[in-house]
Design a protein around this ligand. Sequence first.
Ligand code: IPE
Ligand code: IPE
Ligand code: MG
Length: 258
Amino acid sequence: MRPDLQELSAYYAAAPGDIALGDIDVARIPAHVSIIMDGNGRWAAKRGLDRARGHVAGVDALREAVTAGVRLGFDVLSAYAFSTENWRRPKLEVDLLMSLFAKTLVAELPLFHQENVRLLFLGDLKALPSETYRVFMRGLDETADHDGMTFALAVNYGSRAEIVHAAHELARLVRSGEIDPDDIDQDLFSAHLYTAGLPDPDLLIRTSGELRLSNYLLYQLAYTEFHATDTLWPDFTRWDMLRAIRAFQSRSRRFGGV
Ligand code: IPE
Ligand code: IPE
Ligand code: MG
């Protein structure tokens, strides 16, 4: 999508010094930006706060990222909120996160309407607590007709589980005679991933200095540019988004060519 340049300039008016809107080429904004939102716990620990407070602060950062994405004209913003491995955390933290997801989604629906954002979820939602699941379905339903940016939130998402799930679905289609094994190509395979219909990410941002994928979008990230920042997720601002795009635009994407 083309950004509205007037709105964008206003949004990025008070530049901090090391970065400004003029440092990026607004004609070459990545279409799909994905974020591994990491560091909430460390952000809280640094302040002597409970980890829960870090997650709550992380919601504010995500709201800003969504707004920045809309202003910059992303087609898709996706964000990793809870992995299939995160169930290993203490029950208290898992419960807090699940209720925070539900609460946040209800609170942010007006923003999604106002900004014409379509919501999607990536992951196995059936395993979520019923209230969280119910609210997610409501969010999907109420924003389905929005044709601005798509915001895809990965919750109970694991890339290996996603790939195995796609394999099961395709195997069933073969067994029922609907497709032939030779019909399975990359397009058909992609169409059975949770990200069906979305373009692959152009840019992946991971906060908090970690340099790993943690089971995120293993198939979809084949040619994605990575940007790692030491900034902890709750501290991530519209300016960090601009810094990530500047880094992205400085790369030469060759896709195997010369
Ligand atoms: C990311 O922050 C949020 C989730 C994984 C839910 P963390 O909770 O992983 O924060 P750190 O990595 O412990 O600092
Ligand atoms: C990755 O963060 C998952 C999310 C951001 C939701 P983690 O904090 O769970 O990743 P690891 O455990 O450090 O790899
Ligand atoms: Mg972490």
